[in-house]
Every structure is written in C-alpha cells, then in structure tokens.
Design a protein around this ligand. Structure first.
Ligand code: SF4
Length: 369
C-alpha cells in the first residue's frame, strides 16, 4: 500500500461525514466518492436531455443535475426520470415554487442557492415537501451569489472576488441552522469559488465545523484544458486531506469530459478504480517507434471496452519508448513494454515474455492484459 493511500484513508476517517442518499447513491459516511455532472441541454427538451443523460451514465456519471428555470422544466423531470436510471438533481434559483414542482415531479435531490432563496417561510415549504418524499437538499454556496449581507467588494487582482472563505462558510452554516430548526438533516453542502485557493480554504474551514457531506468543485473553472487543471488541484488537494464526498468538475465543454476528468482525479488518488491505468513516457529523441500512436490506440481500446470497466480491472500498463527507463517501468507494471528500434519487449508481472514488432505492439499488449 502506498504512503499516499495510508495518508488519505486516515485523513478520511478524521473527516467522516453523515451519510445521505440521493436515489440509490450514498454520499458521505465512508461511501465511495461519487461523480456528478450537469446536463447542458434545455431540461424542457426531454428527448435531448434523455439522450445526453444516457451518454453521461455510460461514461461513468453517477448523479446528474438539471437546470430548472421554469415550471415546464420542473414538469419535464417526470418524463426524463421515466427514461433514465441516474438520480436526478433539480438546480433551483430565485423561485422556491420551482423546487416544489421539481419534488412533485420526482427529483431525487434539490439544490438551493442561499443567495437567492432565503425567506424562511419559502424554505419551510421546500423542506416539508423534501421530507415527505425523503429526499435531500444541497446547500449550494457559490462565491458569486452569496447572500447580500455576506457579499464583499470584488478583489479582482487576486481573483477571490465576492465572498472570502469565512463568508462562504457562514452562509452555509446559517442556512444549515435554518434547515435544522425545521428538523431537516438530509443536507449536502457545496462551497464553490472560481478561484482554486478560495474553494480549498472554504471547504477546509467548513469541514472543521460540520459533519454534513461535501460536494466538491471549482465553479466556472473555464475551458477544458485549464478547467481540468484548476479542478484537479482544487478537488485533488481536498480529497488528499480526506475532505469531500462527491465531486463535479465544471468545464465549458462536453460534460463527458467532466466525468472523465473526475474519474481520473479519483483514480490518481487511489480512491476509485475505473479500469486499467496507462503509464507511458513522453518519448524523446531516443524513441524509435511511434509511441504517441501506440499509447493513443491502447487508451482508446481501454476506454471503449466496457467489459474491462465492469470487471473492475486494476492493471497497470507501462508503455515506454526506450531502454533508459523502459525495462524498469515495464517490469513494475502488470504488463509493460520497453520499445527499441521498430520493436519492443513485453514484460508480464516482471518477467520478459516476448519480443514483438512495432505493428503488433497494441494487439499483443491488450491480449496479455
Ligand atoms: Fe525518452 Fe526513453 Fe525516457 Fe521515453 S523512456 S522519454 S524514449 S529516454
């Protein structure tokens, strides 16, 4: 067992949270860190939403959120739910009656934003409906839409913007108090800022003060390449400390990329396993095969092979460009290849088993897996 895994497990025990259920998915209390995404189609367009959600489910998404910006969208939840298996979260802003309609139409969880739904009598109506249907509420704090009394002037130079960590955490704790006064405890909390460090600090602080499970994410993280970096740092740093129970990577792009990024973060931290892991060198002037093409082909085959995912295959595949680090990495992996000039030698669990030509490398590696 690696040092990282031991550290993470002991830290996770220190931050053990209450367990909440969203549909059949458990969040917190030691349950595996679950993966969420948000549909980008208009919720009213039921067939498009169903198509998108099915694709997300196939890619590994476990909970899906949909935007509910009017009553038609709230009603569409019923039709969508008939055709998909994932638990559905209704994202509500401004009008609490949309939450009531979403609950009536079968939503499995409601996200409320304390910055725009804050009147106690309105919250009470949502809580009464959620209790009746036994569904949780996420208190979704966003640094860009904090309750008015907690807003700070923007600090653009540091990207922190409205709301420091204290304000974000206080907004969550105040809302939790209101819910608890109504005898409601099926609560999940998120504290998101577009600034990575603010997100980390807010979640750290909250975890010291509360045992409600945390939904992690860096909000508005940007386009795919930079968004994945920001999310990996923000979500990864917190998970490494044992903080966080469910994650959403927010990207301006295909939501499938969000799910893949989330899976990669969890797998890199040894928290979940989604199939074989590729270890490959960047290749340099010493390499005498088309390593990029070989690695891409193996990666594509693994990603598209659902059988391997359902088998929960833990294998490590090393694909190395030359004899400098090649044999060492290849021997350490379950299956590995160290390439030479138009050839490669394959190692299986540390033993050299065969020499193959470049064009046979992909096929032979996968055959041995
Ligand atoms: Fe270059 Fe060889 Fe290192 Fe790959 S393993 S980066 S080919 S020296």
């Amino acid at each position: 067992m690696s040092r990282l895994r031991r550290l993470t497990e002991s830290d996770r025990l220190g931050y053990m949270t209450r367990q909440i259920k969203v549909g059949d998915v458990k969040i917190g209390g030691g349950a595996p860190v679950s993966i969420q995404s948000m549909a980008k189609t208009d919720t009213k367009n039921v067939s498009a939403a169903v198509r998108e959600i099915k694709k997300l489910e196939k890619s590994g998404c476990e909970i899906i959120r949909v935007a509910v910006k009017d009553f038609e969208a709230a009603k569409a939840i019923r039709a969508i739910k008939r055709k998909v298996n994932l638990p559905l979260v209704a994202d509500i802003h401004f009008d609490y009656r949309l939450a009531l309609s979403a609950i009536e139409n079968g939503a499995d969880k409601i996200r409320l934003n304390p910055g725009n739904i804050y009147k106690e009598d309105e919250i009470r109506e949502v809580v009464t409906a959620a209790k009746k249907r036994k569904i949780p509420i996420r208190v979704g704090i966003n640094s860009g839409s904090l309750p008015v009394r907690l807003r700070e002037p923007p600090k653009a130079a540091h990207g922190v913007g409205q709301g420091g960590k204290d304000n974000m955490v206080n907004a969550a704790l105040d809302y939790i108090k209101v819910l608890e006064r109504m005898d409601f405890y099926d609560i999940i909390v998120s504290l998101k800022a577009s600034d990575v460090l603010s997100t980390i600090e807010a979640c750290r602080l909250f975890s010291k003060k509360s045992r409600y499970p945390l939904h992690l994410g860096v909000t508005a993280a940007g386009p795919v390449s930079t968004g994945i970096v920001k999310s990996s740092i923000g979500i990864g740093a917190l998970l490494l400390e044992g903080i966080g129970d469910t994650v959403r990577v927010s990207l301006t792009g295909d939501p499938i990329e969000e799910v893949i990024a989330a899976k990669n973060i969890l797998q890199a931290l040894n928290l979940r396993n989604f199939g074989p892991e590729i270890i490959s060198c960047p290749a340099c002037g010493r390499c005498q095969v088309d390593l990029r093409s070989i690695v891409n082909k193996v990666a594509l085959r693994i990603t598209n092979d659902e059988r391997r995912i359902t088998k929960n295959c833990h294998s490590k595949i090393a694909i190395m460009g030359c004899e400098v680090n090649g044999p060492g990495e290849a021997k350490e992996a379950d299956i590995g290849i160290a390439c030479g000039k138009g050839t490669g030698v394959i190692f299986k669990r540390g033993k050299l088993i065969k020499r193959v030509k470049e064009k046979e490398i992909v096929r032979e590696l996968l055959r041995e897996l």
